[in-house]
Design a protein around this ligand. Structure first.
Ligand code: GKR
Ligand code: MG
Length: 429
């Protein structure tokens, strides 16, 4: 049968997803976080799914793009990336991404963060039309399951009083004992054997003590610490000295390639990043200066699954490791991450995922971690199905919001509990 893979309709649904009060160096997660669900429907009725950031600036680019896609082929992914979204540098001048958690903002990164969801939706539609999993379209899988690490956060037991939000059963984690308890739950519930602690929240000595407690409780388990660039070079080197015997890698201890290169020169611990290498343009300087030894890719801002493969190939050529970064996301993105990770040779580190923190999803069936791994689906496309009722419910939440939660702002969320909170001046320590 010949199928008509012309794009007949593109549906964009912004939603607000429940998020626990996870702390980071910029503040705390809002009770609900914005995501955008993309559906690309072909003339023969095949629907492809994609997911990306739902903040206003992404929506403003996604809406006109969606209108321009009707009549094009879902197979024309190269053509998709050639579409000019009209973003120029003046629009993003001086901005940091996610309030300073994902490096500098650039016009290209903003553009790719939107296009990536459409690329994933096209690949999902192609796979469904051809009866092939996305990994087959990317050259085939090299493994049948992808390993993820438990993503530990300092957190409050609940959102501040008076703030709407869902309850969670993780409890508070504000000291070494709380962090160890959280890690235990992660292991029990999902079988993770690697642990990453989001740092930059408390003075370094307290975070060193938490990592030490993890090392004692879970001997032999790979451990990482990521303060999102909150430390000076000197502090980074001190932490590296004190945790040198237990860390698999130190993630973005300090801000920017020159400072990362200084830390790298002074320690034997590998440095990982999702902040100083976040675009192809940043690779040359960082690799030439040996500033990072592991790049944490993220298909959202690197521009999709094929760009993730390209990044992995460049890293391999330079002897730099590759793994995956994550922030709040749902199952469509986890399925996409798993499909592409399955195709990447030399994936030596467990990938990050926030997914266990999300109690809500827009899928008919949640993805599961077994032994810390997500099985690589061989079902057509991404192998996931949209739950329309849930999508509508989470969209209603977005539509009814007065606008205060439609853009991620961890510092504003922190001010509810600490009115004097300002975006910290870096390095904090
Ligand atoms: O969600 O709080 C968070 C994280 O801090 C996230 O935004 C970061 O981008 O997890 C990310 C990281 O590894 O830096
Ligand atoms: Mg990071």
């Amino acid at each position: 049968m010949t199928r008509d893979l012309t794009i007949a309709e593109v549906r964009l649904t912004p939603i607000l997803v429940a998020d626990p009060p996870l702390l980071n160096t910029q503040g705390v997660h809002q009770p609900y976080t914005p995501r955008l669900i993309v559906e690309i429907v072909t003339a023969d009725g095949t629907t492809g799914l994609g997911e990306t950031y739902g903040d206003t600036k992404y929506l403003e680019l996604a809406r006109p793009l969606a209108e321009r896609l009707t009549g094009r082929s879902v197979m024309d992914v190269n053509g998709l990336f050639a579409i000019d979204l009209g973003v120029d540098e003046s629009r993003v001048q001086g901005e940091v991404d996610a309030g300073g958690l994902r490096g500098v903002q650039s016009a290209d990164k903003l553009r790719l963060s939107v296009l990536s969801a459409f690329e994933v939706a096209c690949l999902d539609a192609q796979g469904k039309a051809l009866g092939l999993p996305v990994h087959a379209l990317l050259g085939g899988r090299l493994r049948d399951a992808v390993e993820y690490s438990a993503y530990l956060f300092y957190k409050w037991a609940g959102h501040p009083e008076g703030v709407a939000g869902e309850k969670d059963d993780w409890g508070a984690a504000l000291d070494p004992a709380g962090v160890v308890e959280q890690a235990r739950k992660f292991k029990e519930r999902h079988g993770f054997t690697s642990f990453k602690l989001k740092g930059g929240v408390f003075p370094p000595d307290e975070e060193i003590a938490a990592v030490r407690a993890l090392a004692e409780t879970f001997p032999g388990h790979p451990l990482r610490l990521d303060p999102n660039g909150a430390w000076s070079v000197e502090t980074s080197l001190k932490v590296a000295r004190e945790l040198g015997d237990v860390l698999e890698y130190l993630e973005d201890p300090t801000l920017g390639t020159p400072a990362m290169a200084e830390v790298s020169a002074g320690t034997g611990i590998p440095l990982a990043t999702n902040m100083c290498v976040t675009t192809f343009g940043e690779i040359k300087e960082a690799f030439t200066r040996d500033a990072v030894q592991v790049v944490l890719s993220d298909h959202h801002y690197w521009g999709g699954l094929r760009n993730t493969q390209r990044l992995a190939a460049i890293c391999a050529a330079f002897g730099v490791g590759v793994s995956m970064h994550s922030n709040t996301h749902l199952g469509i993105s986890l399925a996409a991450m798993t499909q592409v990770a399955a195709t990447v040779p030399g994936l030596h580190h467990a990938c990050d995922s926030h997914y266990p923190w999300q109690s809500e999803d827009v899928l008919t069936e949640r993805l599961t971690f077994r032994g810390g791994k997500v099985e690589v689906s061989d079902a057509p496309g991404l192998g996931v199905e949209l739950d329309r009722d849930e999508l509508a419910r989470l969209h209603r939440r977005w539509a009814e919001d007065d606008g205060s939660l439609r853009d991620r702002d961890d510092a504003a969320a922190m001010r509810v509990a600490e009115p004097g909170w300002r975006q910290p001046v870096m390095p904090r320590w």
